[in-house]
Structures are given as structure tokens and as C-alpha cells.
Design a protein around this ligand. Structure first.
Ligand code: DON
Length: 304
């Protein structure tokens, strides 16, 4: 398969002029990002690479980071994790509070904000310095020691992060948060601020396309069984109330972030990341979704 040819065609056919959303602005720092940015990088299990555009420029990965923290929490708690967070799609926006009330503070899944905040609580309990541990994990799976938080973005999100504070406070009232609120949201705002390029994200997500192992060294990061579950959660919950649409249009497990990034994997074939900051009303990259739809259509490589 000539993936570079396919990516060239995607770049040629898609243009931000045809896109009607806006960049995320509820995190003030994200509103400053150039809406015209567009890049894509695909990394194959046969070690080939294909890319175009702004594929090496770092951006705020936001909710894509939830896949990394979930992986770390599953390694720590195993099956016990599912007592504190469920594995069902929510059908609600990523920052919704409503289901928590009638579901006794147990988030629907680890990718909506409430679920990711419970995961943060698990990691804050387990590690003395969870921010350092997460950096170490991401640097290891990318083989890149330079990856870091964007502290300006983290502080910016904290300044307007009332909904996330509300989610943690509410879950604490319902008994599903063990630590104090501040260290949990501090860790969460930092994980969301991780700055990575499409190239780095494709490399990081290769482990999920490669049965839980690093491609270059074959080192096992997570068991095959856990890897299967992480991919299943990306498929069913990675796009919140647009998870059905992403499955329908693209047909790959994936995860989005309000920085405009989307990562998707084809089990055993490739990991791909795309970035375009203009979001659709559900908070997912408009052009990113279109690019991935073209990728699986042109290559015939959806999992369905
Ligand atoms: O908590 C928030 O609202 C952001 N830090 C992350 C949200 C996000 O990326 C949703 N994904 N599309």
C-alpha cells in the first residue's frame, strides 16, 4: 500500500476554507492557535512513514492524553479499575455532569472528563509524582526525551476549569474520589497540556496497533488482553457523543482532543495522527475526521 500517495491526495483534496467550525476558546490559550494548521503522519507496522503539512509541529494533545493515563491506571489496578469507572459510551458531551447524579458518581467511561479525572485520582494515589511518571511513560513509548507539558496551556485551563473542578467535587461527595481536589485537577490540566506533534503521536500510539509492544524494541508495555480493551474503548467512547459517527465514517479505534488532534490505529497495520484546530460542534477536529474518512476509504483499511 502506497500510504504516501494516499496522504498526498488527502492533503490536496481537503482545505480549511471548506470547514465551518471554530478553534477551542474555552481554554484561552488554545484560542491563539492558527486555524489553518493541517498536518498528518502515518506510521506503519512495517516501519514505513507517510506524512504531509504541519506533521512535525507540536500542539496541545488535550484529551488524547486520556489514553496514556488509562493505560497506566490499567497496569496498576487491573480489573479493579472497572469498579470506579464504567466502559459504556455516554452519548453525552465530554464535560457533562448529568449522568453522574443518577449513576452514583461512577463515570460512564475513562475518556469523558469525569472518567479521566477518576483515572487521575488513581494515579495521584499510586505515584508520589504522577506528572513526572506520565512524562516518563510518554517519553519511553515515543523514544523522545524532549516531550513535555506546556505549562502556559495548563495554567490557562486551570483559570477557566470550573466544570472539571465541579466534576471532581461532585464525585468526591459521592465517594468516588480518594484524594483532595487540587492535586487531581492539577495533574489533569497538565496531562491535557502535553505538547506533541502528529509524528510523535503516531509513534506513541503504535504500541496500541502492535498488540501492546513497542515496534522498535518489541518491549511489552501492556498485555495483549489489556491492549484489546483499550482499543475497544477508543472505538466505542473515543469521540464522546460522536463515537457512532466516527465509527460510521472512519471505522477505526481513535481518540480526539480539543486541540484539534485525532489519533487512530489500525490493529496490526498502522497508527495515524492528524491535526487541524477547527472543531465541529461536538469538539472534534472537522478536517481531521474528514482526513481519516478519506484514509480508510482510499486504502480500504477500516476494521469493518
Ligand atoms: O477538560 C477539558 O475540557 C480539556 N482539557 C480536554 C477536553 C477534550 O480534549 C475533549 N476532546 N475532544
Amino acid at each position: 500500500m502506497d500510504y504516501q500517495k494516499i496522504l498526498d491526495q488527502i492533503e490536496e483534496e481537503l482545505n480549511y476554507y471548506d470547514v465551518y467550525g471554530e478553534v477551542a476558546s474555552y481554554i484561552p490559550e488554545l484560542a491563539k492557535v492558527d486555524p489553518k494548521k493541517f498536518g498528518m503522519h502515518l506510521y506503519c507496522t512495517n516501519s514505513e512513514h507517510a506524512s504531509f503539512g504541519d506533521s512535525t509541529e507540536k500542539f496541545s494533545i488535550q484529551s488524547i492524553s486520556k489514553v496514556f493515563t488509562l493505560t497506566m491506571a490499567m497496569k496498576i489496578l487491573g480489573e479493579d479499575l472497572w469498579e470506579r469507572v464504567d466502559v459504556e459510551p455516554s452519548g453525552d458531551p465530554f464535560n457533562s455532569l448529568t449522568q453522574l447524579e443518577y449513576e452514583s458518581g461512577i463515570p460512564r467511561n475513562p475518556f469523558i472528563n469525569s472518567g479521566a479525572l477518576v483515572i487521575c485520582d488513581v494515579l495521584v494515589t499510586h505515584f508520589e509524582d504522577p506528572k513526572a511518571e506520565l512524562l516518563e511513560f510518554v517519553r519511553k513509548i515515543t523514544g523522545n526525551k524532549e516531550i513535555d507539558y506546556d505549562y502556559t496551556v495548563a495554567a490557562s485551563e486551570k483559570s477557566t476549569g470550573y466544570r472539571n473542578y465541579a466534576l471532581v467535587n461532585y464525585m468526591k461527595a459521592l465517594g468516588n474520589i480518594k484524594n483532595e481536589v487540587e492535586p487531581i485537577v492539577d495533574f489533569y490540566f497538565h496531562q491535557c497540556s502535553l505538547a506533541m506533534s502528529c509524528e510523535e503521536l503516531a509513534k506513541a500510539f503504535m504500541l496500541f496497533a502492535n498488540k501492546g509492544r513497542l515496534l522498535e524494541s518489541d518491549e511489552k508495555i501492556i498485555s495483549k488482553a489489556k491492549n484489546k480493551r483499550i482499543n475497544a474503548l477508543m472505538q466505542t467512547c473515543g469521540f464522546y457523543d460522536e463515537a457512532g459517527e466516527f465509527s460510521f465514517e472512519v471505522g477505526l479505534p481513535g481518540k480526539s482532543g480539543v486541540g484539534g488532534g485525532i489519533v487512530a490505529i489500525h490493529p496490526s497495520e498502522y497508527a495515524v495522527a492528524v491535526w487541524s484546530p477547527i472543531l465541529n460542534p461536538k469538539g472534534n477536529s472537522e478536517l481531521g475526521m474528514a482526513a481519516l474518512e478519506k484514509l480508510t476509504t482510499l486504502s480500504g483499511s477500516s476494521i469493518f
